[in-house]
Design a binder for this molecule. Structure first.
Ligand SMILES: C[S@@+](CC[C@H](N)C(=O)[O-])C[C@H]1O[C@@H](n2cnc3c(N)ncnc32)[C@H](O)[C@@H]1O
Length: 246
């Protein structure tokens, strides 16, 4: 009888322990469940972020100061940039669960303080004017209800002489063997027939942005890489940030 009681207590204790999160990753798991993109970002797309970060550093030469990753999700690009530069990176995302997950992954990746995630909307960011040396945004602009407002915000928070790289897709320096299946996957999931087309017309958006007064903004088109917008905010003397390296 006593043995049975002890056994029942032990089983009940185990059930309660599991429910309360005996496993250390319960909080993380609950966040991952709320952020389905995490699986893609840490799975199929994992090789994209270090390559993209490397490309951004190569092209724009910005390795210190402040970087804002707009719509950075669970922080893959923000962390990849923080690992290879001295940039202080702020990751901003509208999804509160992505923000929490990002801050947790940042701690796990020993990047505490180098990357800080905030909840916020690309179309109305809580950063002051002329704040960031570098603004990056991958795969998020296509979800902004008012893309022009988002671009204006990116421009507003850029320091004079700063650069923004905003768009979607992969990296030019990702090796072709890794990129080819990703390009095919993207065409399959989006139903697009060309790897470089996108749901929204980036060229039209750039034209609108120019009309709205954004200077030195252009589309960066490269086969099988995606659609990216480059903004080089003129410095105080009116000169744009230096042109990208080949
Ligand atoms: C496809 S995910 C890309 C995430 C990340 N940039 C990456 O490449 O791994 C799109 C992200 O944009 C965010 N997002 C969508 N609309 C937004 C907005 N208006 N302001 C800020 N973030 C937004 C989503 O919450 C999501 O995390």
């Amino acid at each position: 009888m006593r043995v049975r009681r002890v056994a029942i207590c032990a089983v009940m204790l185990m059930i309660v322990a599991c429910g309360w999160g005996w496993g250390q990753d319960t909080y993380k798991d609950s966040l991952i469940e709320k952020c389905p993109f995490y699986e893609t970002a840490t799975g199929r797309l994992a090789p994209v972020y270090p390559a993209l970060a490397q490309q951004i550093v190569q092209d724009f030469g910005i390795t210190e100061g402040i970087c804002v990753d707009v719509g950075g999700g669970c922080g893959s690009l923000a962390m990849a940039l923080a690992r290879i530069t001295d940039l202080q990176v702020y990751m901003l995302d509208i999804d509160p669960w992505a923000v929490r997950l990002c801050n947790l992954l940042v701690d796990e990746g020993d990047l505490t303080g180098k990357v800080v995630a905030y909840e916020g909307d690309a179309q109305d960011m809580a950063f002051r004017d002329n704040f960031a040396d570098l603004v990056v945004s991958r795969g998020s602009i296509f979800f902004w209800a008012d893309q022009l407002a988002g671009l204006k915000e990116c421009y507003r928070i850029l320091k004079p002489g700063g650069v923004a790289y905003i768009g979607g897709g992969f990296s030019r320096i990702l090796d072709p063997e890794t990129r080819a299946p990703l390009v095919q996957w993207r065409m399959d999931v989006t139903g697009l027939h060309s790897p470089d087309s996108h749901r929204h017309n980036i060229s039209d958006l750039v034209r609108k942005a120019r009309k709205a007064g954004l200077r030195h903004i252009r589309v960066d088109r490269e086969p099988n890489v995606g659609r990216w917008i480059v903004i080089r905010k003129p410095d105080r003397a009116g000169r744009p940030a230096p042109a990208s390296q080949p």
